[in-house]
Design a protein around this ligand. Structure first.
Ligand code: SF4
Length: 87
């Protein structure tokens, strides 16, 4: 399992989520953040921090939303770790 950042984060990128992540699983993309599924330990800490409800456990996604699992997996490998809130 992993947690996944979805569409609501685009152009919002609040980044409150990154501060509570105990394993620094978040990556800073150009328009949103991504979670590296190889790092996330499914602790659930980030969900309540997101003001736009963009983060979900992968098993709660369905239909069109499922694409965000592979988007996070791929994009998280392209961008740097983000540890601190930037917005
Ligand atoms: S569920 Fe926990 S480990 Fe995974 S990204 Fe969120 S805060 Fe980090």
């Amino acid at each position: 399992m992993t947690y996944v950042v979805t569409e609501s984060c685009i152009d919002f990128r609040d980044t409150s989520c990154v501060v509570v992540c105990p394993v620094q699983a978040f990556r800073l993309g150009e328009k949103m953040v991504y979670i590296d599924p190889d790092i996330c330990i499914d602790c659930n800490a980030c969900i309540s921090e997101c003001p736009v409800d963009a983060i979900f456990p992968d098993h709660e996604l369905s239909g069109e939303e499922l694409k965000w699992i592979s988007i996070n997996k791929i994009q998280s490998k392209l961008y740097p770790i983000i540890k601190f809130k930037i917005n």
